[in-house]
Design a protein around this ligand. Structure first.
Ligand SMILES: [Zn+2]
Length: 215
C-alpha cells in the first residue's frame, strides 16, 4: 500500500481555509504528513483587514505570516511558497508550472492531492493552478498516480459535475478549522466573526466536499 502523504496545492494563502482545513487537520492529527504548496502570497488581494492594518506594501508579508499561522493550526510543517505573482498564475506557462508541481510529486510521492477543480474555481488563478496540477498528475504512471480531490466553487458545479462524491465530516476538527480561518485576519475577519456568533455557520463548516478527479 502507498504510504499516506497529503499534498495541498492552492494559488492563494486562505484558499485552503474554508473548504479543506478540517480535512487537513484530520490528516495531521493521525500523524500523516501534509505538504502545502502555495503558489502566490495573495499580494493583490483587495482586502486590507477590517479595520485596515495592511497596505499594498505590507500585504505580502502579512499574508505570509497569516498562512504560517494557519499552517500551525492545521498541523502542517511543510509549507512551500512558489513565489509566483498573485493574479498572474493564469499567465504562467502551464507546462513549466506543471513541471515544478511534478518535481514535488516525485519528491514526496503523495497518496492524495487537494486542489481546485479545473474550470470550476471561479478565479482565473484557481483554474490555472488546478489545470497545472492535473497536467502534472497526468504524467505520473497510473500505478503511482495519487488520487486528486477537487474543490469546486462555481455556482453550476453540482449541476454540471453532479453531487460531490466525497463529504468529510470535520466536526471533530472544527476548533482547528476556525483557528485556521481566523489566522487569515486580513481576508476573513467578517466570516470569522460570523462563525463565532452563528451556530449555523459553524455547522456549515463541519462538512467539506470534494469531487474526485477522473483521469
Ligand atoms: Zn484564491
Amino acid at each position: 500500500m502507498m504510504k499516506e502523504h497529503l499534498l495541498v496545492i492552492f494559488p492563494h494563502p486562505d484558499d485552503e481555509a474554508l473548504g479543506c482545513s478540517g480535512t487537513i487537520a484530520s490528516y495531521t492529527s493521525r500523524g500523516i504528513p501534509v505538504t502545502y504548496v502555495c503558489l502566490t502570497l495573495g499580494e493583490m488581494g483587495r482586502n486590507m483587514g477590517n479595520p485596515f492594518f495592511a497596505n499594498r506594501e505590507t500585504l505580502p508579508a502579512i499574508r505570509k505570516k497569516e498562512l504560517e499561522n494557519a499552517c500551525e493550526h492545521m498541523g502542517i510543517n511543510d509549507l512551500r511558497l512558489f513565489g509566483i505573482r498573485d493574479k498572474t498564475v493564469e499567465f504562467e506557462d502551464e507546462e513549466e508550472l506543471a513541471i515544478r508541481i511534478k518535481d514535488v510529486i516525485e519528491e514526496i510521492k503523495p497518496s492524495l492531492i487537494l486542489t481546485f477543480y479545473p474550470g470550476y474555481g471561479v478565479h482565473p488563478d484557481h483554474n490555472a493552478c488546478a489545470a497545472a496540477v492535473i497536467r502534472a498528475v497526468e504524467t505520473v504512471a497510473q500505478k503511482n498516480r495519487p488520487t486528486v480531490y477537487c474543490v469546486a466553487v462555481a455556482k453550476n458545479s453540482v449541476e454540471v459535475l453532479g453531487e460531490p462524491d466525497v463529504t468529510n465530516d470535520v466536526a471533530e476538527y472544527l476548533d482547528q478549522k476556525l483557528a485556521a480561518i481566523a489566522s487569515h485576519q486580513s481576508q476573513f475577519h467578517a466570516i470569522s466573526k460570523k462563525a463565532e456568533k452563528d451556530p449555523k455557520v459553524r455547522e456549515r463548516f463541519t462538512k467539506e466536499r470534494f469531487w474526485t478527479y477522473q483521469f
